[in-house]
Ligand binder design. Structure first.
Ligand code: PLP
Length: 394
């Protein structure tokens, strides 16, 4: 582009600057690998932030998408959909719940959950969520999010939310006591993803379930990041053998196509009547075709493999004995590597990227690893060598 003096000037991007983007552009993907526009190959240990669990260009998912795209791309939710019925039935069966609403993203799934809880509450509308939680960017989900930095500049928040420290049932009870008459639900991530892969103490979710039962509250679990096999169970809360009243999912459900869902119990679902809620694109046939294949692929042997691979990846990082690492934690392939204070996870992610490994961060000091489920020991070794190389250079 030229200015009025005919000098060449860099064109200002027309994209909104709401992301801080790495200066790399991926143009293709194959399994656990991505390729940039210069042909450089990268090991993908981020999976589009817990989205492409079965890797890039998975042949089975690709074939299901191609088949559907050749038949029908969109139909309004004013009409019946066999594919939505099939997927809903599978999700209901796996969750032990009854009714499924389809939308397009995690934040929308949480908006639906909040609305469903309020409707069921018949006047009770307060929802207690966790400090440092993350539920999305639209006004309801943003208000449910227990992080000031996510709200700043966007107040006033949607009323009806308060926050309690994650992992402490006594603190949750104290918060409940402040709003006892108006509280309708507790809403939590089984593992907090955006704030550093925080796993609550064993038994916490069970205690929260019991607390909800005792006080006639709904338990809403946001499995947008932790669900769809990521932790080695279909849903992360299944590690504690509990059943929530509403589960929200998105990210990994359609291996990269936009789809979200709120899955709820019969009692909650029965309150939602035609006209109460909806979405033009929600449950799009192409995304649903991909999701049916994802659910078919996520069998017990894959889930066990995710669990095993996660243990192996954690062990391999611990075995680096790097003095910069404070803790390695996670469940399945949802793993956080926490560095000592003063070491920037972002700098490490940048250096790994230069060395051909894609990772993410959560918070200042946690490197977030969300590799696809199809990695092998070879990729685990490759990652360990790359991380070790970067840490040695610090
Ligand atoms: N909930 C959780 C736990 C998440 O991790 C995210 C995204 O990171 C969301 C909700 C929001 O999902 P989306 O970006 O699809 O709206």
């Amino acid at each position: 582009m030229f200015n009025q003096h005919n000098d060449i000037v860099e064109k200002e991007s027309s994209l909104l600057k709401n992301y801080s983007r790495y200066p790399v552009e991926f143009v293709s993907g194959d399994g656990a690998y991505l390729f940039d526009k210069n042909g450089k190959k990268y090991l993908d240990f981020l999976s589009g932030i817990a989205v492409t669990g079965f890797g890039h260009s998975n042949p089975r998912i690709k074939s299901a998408v191609e088949k559907q795209i050749n038949k029908l791309w969109h139909v309004s939710n004013l009409f019946e959909s066999e594919q939505q019925e099939i997927l809903a039935e599978k999700l209901a069966e796996i969750s032990g719940l009854d009714s499924v609403f389809f939308c397009n993203s995690g934040t929308e799934a949480n908006e639906a959950a909040i609305k469903f809880a309020r409707k069921w509450g018949k006047g009770r509308s307060h929802i207690i969520t966790a400090l440092n939680s993350f539920h999305g960017r639209t006004m309801g989900s943003l208000s449910a999010t227990g992080q000031k930095k996510v709200w700043e500049g966007f107040e006033p928040l949607t009323p009806g939310f308060s926050y309690a420290e994650f992992g402490d049932i006594d603190v949750l009870e104290q918060e409940y006591n402040k709003h006892a008459n108006e509280t309708v639900a507790i809403m939590l991530e089984p593992i907090q993803g955006e704030s550093g892969i925080i796993i609550p103490p064993e038994g916490y979710l069970k205690n929260v379930r019991q607390f909800c039962d005792e006080h006639n509250l709904l338990l809403i679990l946001d499995e947008v990041q932790s669900g769809m096999g990521r932790t080695g169970k279909f849903f992360a809360h299944q590690w504690e053998e509990i059943k929530p009243d509403i589960i929200t999912i998105a990210k990994g459900i359609a291996n990269g196509l936009p789809l979200g869902a709120a899955i709820c119990s019969k009692e909650v679902g029965d309150e939602i009547k035609p006209g109460s809620h909806g979405s033009t694109f929600g449950g799009n046939p192409v995304a649903v075709a991909a999701a049916i294949e994802v659910v078919n692929l996520l069998d017990d042997s894959v889930l066990n493999q995710i669990d095993k691979l996660g243990t192996s990846l954690i062990e391999s990082i611990i075995n680096l004995h790097a003095i910069q690492i404070k803790e390695v934690r996670g469940k399945g392939l949802m793993i956080g590597v926490e560095f000592n204070e003063g070491i920037s996870a972002k700098v490490i992610a940048q250096k790994l990227l230069s060395d051909g490994v894609v990772t993410g961060t959560s918070g200042e000091v946690v490197l977030r690893l969300l590799p696809p489920f199809i990695i092998t020991e070879k990729e685990i070794v490759q990652f360990g060598a790359a991380l070790s190389g970067v840490l040695n250079e610090l």
